[in-house]
Design a binder for this molecule. Structure first.
Ligand SMILES: [Zn+2]
Length: 333
């Protein structure tokens, strides 16, 4: 159809639980006729909504990989009305290596949509997701975190700024169904899964679940409850796994442009003056960049460009010019 070379071992139109690999042909020195194995499952039971749940879009974000793999094991057709498609390691080479980007082609899957059927492996995966999977689904839950270089404050949802009132009502309802503590509205970037979903008539919610190249069990548990709440609210999940408590009401915030970011403008060791969750003002001190190789130099002062709440901060002390140190959000009007 779209000439994508990936061969699915799973027939997504069949009822029942089916799993195997998306085989991405990859001919290399150690494996001339080999393929890259992207794990996939389809759990389908009759008519209803379809949701794609992804982890490992970025390979160094482990929360989603663990959670989607857990769903892979526990979800059974008799718990489902409609369909759940699971990709625990969406960019498999990156996830296998524990890297944000693929070690094969340096591709960042979430900056590769709509992808190319005849491109590099990351572009082929993006193309397959956008053109083969997204047209089948109503919703995408793409589970991210801060990865190796960033840490988000707890469990959050990130969604595209709605384009009109009808979309706003729909998206606000979906955010409440997921029920993680905070939701951030962000401007659209055409290269991401959220824009890909929008192009294909689906709605995507990205989760940002901690980070710092580790897994926080409390955040993981919140994300698990959120996914189950979401599936139950769409009438996809039924039975014992439906959470007993209703989801809590998320706080709505927005991330705008440059005023909500702080970047390093010097190389060195960053010592922050504020922490996750703090409310800061424009012009307030954000920290200092120290240069131990030039101990006679006064550390460089870093200030916040705009005000807001710190939702994400850099996890690594060493910084170069252009590194993101803080991300802020403002309350949604
Ligand atoms: Zn990510």
């Amino acid at each position: 159809m779209h000439n994508n070379p990936i061969i699915a071992e799973v027939d997504f139109s069949q009822n029942g639980k089916h799993w195997g690999y998306l085989r991405l042909p990859h001919s290399v020195h150690r494996s001339a006729y080999g393929w890259i194995p992207i794990p996939v499952a389809s759990i389908k039971n009759g008519k209803g909504k379809t949701v794609l749940i992804m982890g490992g879009n970025h390979g160094d974000e482990y929360e989603g990989q663990v959670l989607v793999a857990e769903l892979f094991r526990i979800l059974q057709p008799n718990m489902i009305q409609g369909q759940v498609i699971l990709l625990p390691m969406a960019n498999f080479p990156a996830a296998q290596a524990g890297l944000r980007t693929s070690p094969i082609d340096q591709g960042n899957l979430n900056r590769s949509f709509p992808g190319k059927p005849n491109g590099q492996p990351t572009e082929i995966i993006a193309h397959y997701i956008e053109h083969e999977l997204l047209p089948r689904v109503d919703y995408v839950l793409d589970l991210h975190s801060g990865g190796s270089s960033l840490i988000y404050n707890g469990a959050n949802m990130l969604v595209l700024k709605p384009r009109n009132q009808a979309e706003k009502l729909k998206v606000h309802q979906l955010i409440q169904d997921f029920g993680l503590p905070s939701a951030f509205f962000v401007p659209a970037n055409p290269l991401t899964i959220s824009s890909a979903a929008r192009r294909q008539g689906a709605i995507s919610i990205v989760a940002e679940l901690g980070g710092g190249a580790r897994v926080d069990p409390k955040i993981l548990s919140q994300a698990r409850q959120g996914v189950l709440h979401f599936l139950a609210a769409q009438s996809i999940l039924q039975g014992a796994l439906v959470p007993k408590q209703p989801p809590s009401k998320p706080r709505l915030m927005h991330v705008a442009g440059d005023q909500h970011y702080v970047y390093a403008r010097h190389q060195g060791v960053f010592v922050p003056s504020a922490c996750l969750g703090s409310i800061v003002q424009a012009g307030q001190k954000a920290g200092e960049i120290h240069c131990p190789a030039r101990p006679w130099d006064t550390p460089y002062q870093v200030t916040f460009v705009g005000g807001g709440e710190i939702i994400c901060q850099r996890a690594l002390a060493q910084v170069e010019v252009g590194d993101c140190l803080f991300q802020l959000a403002g309350d949604e009007q």
